[in-house]
Ligand binder design. Structure first.
Ligand SMILES: Nc1ccn([C@@H]2O[C@H](COP(=O)(O)OP(=O)(O)OP(=O)(O)O)[C@@H](O)[C@H]2O)c(=O)n1
Ligand SMILES: C[C@](O)(CO)[C@H](O)COP(=O)(O)O
Length: 238
């Protein structure tokens, strides 16, 4: 893999793309579905590759993935492919391990392949605020609905104060060594990790929430693809 030359502390990216897209229910994993003429994952990678500070991008794929290699972004010299794991956290851990040139103090952006509407503005804001924070940061969006806690019978137990509730987005930005250590600790302890911030939280750390665009959706269900089409078409007005 060629490496972008950049001074000082390094910046690298990891893209978990080894999911099946079970909830989406398409024949292909959702990251390979067409969105405005390109695969979903190409949009996600293009956003990262637009950040010229990034030295290398490790993409975690399912074993024997036949599709990624056919995409134009697969030939980008700073993109490397690795085989992911059964869970997203395992895919991220394996991708981190493949970045053998990275130093413990370098920064890592972890971004879902399934989030194709990431803007340069959000990447730059996350980098500026996250690198100034001792732990690191994640893009996030405040919840917009009234939030209820449910009983076991799916009745309302209480209304939860939404002022303190945020939706976790990606990218998430952490130091290479600290993130590797946190993911390893959670794996060994059997702790649930649905995003990188949760691994850091299990280690007693408090990542910074950086408010990002509500357009940075994760493709989960078929309707999300239609919404992403509209968001991408209007991306210049973001
Ligand atoms: N074992 C896994 C599972 C998920 N992912 C990636 O993590 C991101 C977010 O996961 P999610 O939206 O849950 O994707 P899927 O696991 O594909 O979806 P589903 O849960 O509906 O099967 C996606 O880019 C997905 O490809 C991964 O790299 N490795
Ligand atoms: C990392 C993530 O995108 C943050 O919202 C999300 O946790 C991954 O998706 P999942 O649906 O929880 O697997």
């Amino acid at each position: 893999m060629a490496i972008n030359k950049a001074p000082a502390t390094g910046l690298w990216a990891v893209v978990p793309a080894a999911g099946q897209g079970t909830r989406f229910g398409a024949e292909l994993p959702k990251q390979y579905l067409k969105l405005n003429g390109k695969a979903v994952i190409e949009h996600s990678l293009d956003a990262l590759l637009g950040c010229c500070e990034i030295r290398g991008v490790a993409v975690a794929l399912k074993a024997d993935d036949p599709i990624f290699a056919e995409l134009a972004c697969a030939t980008n010299p700073i993109v490397r492919r690795i085989t992911g794991g059964a869970e997203r956290a395992e895919s991220v851990e394996l991708a981190l391990a493949s970045l053998s040139e990275a130093q413990d103090g370098d920064w890592i952006l972890v971004h879902d392949a399934a989030r194709p509407c990431l803007s340069q503005r959000d990447i730059q804001m996350l980098l500026a605020k996250g690198r100034a924070h001792p732990v690191g940061a994640l893009l996030a969006a405040p919840v917009v609905d009234t939030m209820k806690r449910a009983t076991d019978q799916t009745e309302v137990a209480e209304t939860v104060d939404r002022q303190v509730l945020w939706r976790a987005l990606t990218p998430q930005l952490f130091r290479y060594g600290a993130l590797r250590d946190a993911l390893k600790y959670c794996r060994e302890q059997g702790l649930p990790v649905t995003d990188e911030a949760s691994a850091m939280e299990h280690c007693g750390l408090q990542p910074l929430l950086v408010q990002g665009s509500h357009r940075n959706i994760k493709i989960t269900y078929p309707d999300d693809l239609l919404i992403a089409e509209v968001f991408l078409a209007g991306a210049n007005n973001d």
